[in-house]
Design a protein around this ligand. Structure first.
Ligand code: UDP
Length: 476
């Protein structure tokens, strides 16, 4: 089939590895399984692509499934200030790219009939209106989406989210505890709050929300969003799980780390990572190291130094290894590995020796863990990660969580040891392992022909084809 007779959609990916990973996967699926032609616009923040972003762009370009267009990096630091929270910064970047995107889209042949943006990309939907395109928003998970869609209503009802002692009630969904409320809602006097409400309103006006989830993972929230009037009438499609899949042959590309993993017993290694950006305090790194040591479990730890400001004041500098307790390696021997650079996370999680994941609860990481059948210890740091953690630990039943939120204090070594043992050794951990493996099976079924997520993407393809046919009938 030539490009002219395929549904043509544009995907606009906001800056950051976490967005790029799943947006690329969405594009690849739409092309490989649903015959789409996809133009993929990569948006970068100044000064340009990070090593993780470069790697992903490079492999997508080489693979040639998508027509990848990297837009010139955008600098909004002067506009929003150096301390601007991520939500403010990224929505500002996505507003700035309007003119570049407009000229990029205008040159595409055949004209695209749909645009898909991620949650930071709603400012780009105005451009889509100019080209009469269908507008879709691709978001990570269902429960935070429900909160976002409901926020324009909460905005009128609630004076201060942070002073609420009661959980936030969202129709038909699990209530959100005050300590899990997402950061932008914590202070209504801030610009970030207004932007969050605005994004909620813009999503409600789109032609549909694609959620990187499958029906079985959060059926309650999906049902509520489809049935309750409070969420508006925007259609919600579960299209996931869309994550970077590791081919067994690719995993056999060897490194010292994977060689070490090969030599460990089945499901015996705990993988520890806080995503592409997450860092811990110096004190928390020490406690985590002691907790690991006391647990005597095998581990791979992606360790970064604390944030730059602290590490320069602290005197231990920017070498992450300086933050481990004195004598740590001497006492631990060959029981673990610390990675101070980018780790091949998908390969590690899908390796048969990996048996647990201590995770910051970024949505890609959670999906990668579930698709590898690996139970988790939740360690949320920011954004919607606190909600993800609660969902997984308390409703889905595939994770343990610390008693205090890592965002509010230091989790002590005794509790860390207890959580690690629970996931790796205890009967409770074994039950979670069974549950996560059941979910892995249901996730795979959702994506194959006849599965819920496959059908949702096919429906999308039909919508886009109908749109392009109606445009041809109407003429330019
Ligand atoms: N990742 C990786 N190696 C690392 C850190 C992260 O491959 O050392 C990948 C990870 O597999 C995931 C993505 O980066 O696909 C991070 O996305 P996530 O949503 O989990 O977290 P974010 O970085 O957006 O907070």
């Amino acid at each position: 089939m030539d490009n002219a007779s395929k549904p043509h959609a544009v995907i606009v990916s906001s800056p950051g590895v976490g967005h790029l990973v799943c947006n690329l996967e969405l594009g690849n699926r739409l092309v490989a399984d649903h015959n789409f032609h996809i133009t993929f616009f990569v948006v970068l923040e100044s000064p340009g692509a990070s090593p993780g972003e470069s790697q992903l762009i490079q492999s997508a370009t080489t693979q040639k499934l998508l027509h990848v267009v990297v837009l010139p990096p955008v600098d909004v630091w002067g506009q929003v200030g150096p301390k601007a929270p991520i939500f403010t910064r990224l929505t500002a970047v996505m507003r700035e790219i309007g003119p570049t995107l407009r000229s990029g889209i205008s040159t595409l042949k055949p004209s695209p009939t749909a645009i898909i943006v991620d949650v930071f990309g709603t400012p780009a939907l105005d451009v889509a209106d100019e080209f009469h395109m269908l507008k879709y928003v691709f978001v990570r998970s269902a429960w935070p989406l429900a909160l976002m869609l409901y926020v324009p209503i909460l905005d009128k009802e609630i004076e201060e989210y942070i002073d609420q002692n009661e959980p936030l009630r969202i129709p038909g969904c699990m209530a959100v505890r005050p300590e899990d409320v997402v950061d932008p809602l914590l202070d209504r006097t801030k610009q970030e709050y207004n932007m969050f409400v605005q994004v909620g309103s813009e999503i409600r006006k789109s032609d549909g929300v694609l959620v990187n989830i499958w029906e079985d993972l959060d059926a309650t929230t999906l049902k509520a969003m489809r049935e309750e009037e409070a969420f508006g009438s925007v259609p919600v499609y579960a299209v996931g799980p869309l994550i970077k899949q590791v081919e067994p042959s690719a995993a056999s590309k060897k490194s010292d780390l994977l060689d070490w993993l090969d030599q460990q017993p089945i499901e015996s290694v705990l993988y520890i990572s806080f995503g592409s950006l997450g860092v811990l305090s110096a004190q928390q790194i020490t406690e985590l190291a002691w907790g690991l040591e006391q647990s005597q479990q095998r581990f791979i730890w992606v360790l970064r130094p604390p944030c730059k400001k602290v590490s320069s004041e602290d005197g231990r500098g920017n070498d992450a290894l300086n933050y481990l307790p004195h004598g740590f390696w001497h006492r631990m021997g060959n029981l673990g590995i610390v990675v101070t650079q980018w780790a091949p996370q998908s390969e590690i999680l899908s390796h048969r020796s990996t048996g647990g994941f201590l995770s910051h609860c970024g949505w890609n990481s959670l999906l990668e863990s579930i698709l590898s059948g690996v139970p988790m210890i939740t360690w949320p740091l920011c954004a919607e990660q606190k909600m993800n953690a609660t969902k997984l630990a308390e409703e889905v039943g595939v994770a343990v969580r610390p008693k205090i939120a890592p965002t509010t204090g230091v989790v002590g070594r005794v509790e860390i040891e207890m959580m690690v043992r629970k996931v790796m050794e205890d009967p409770e951990g074994k039950a979670m392992r069974v549950r996560v493996k059941e979910l892995k099976i249901s996730a795979k079924k959702a994506l194959v022909e006849g599965g819920g997520s496959f059908n949702a993407m096919s429906y999308l393809a039909k919508q886009c084809l109908m749109k392009s046919q109606s445009q041809i009938v109407k003429g330019p």
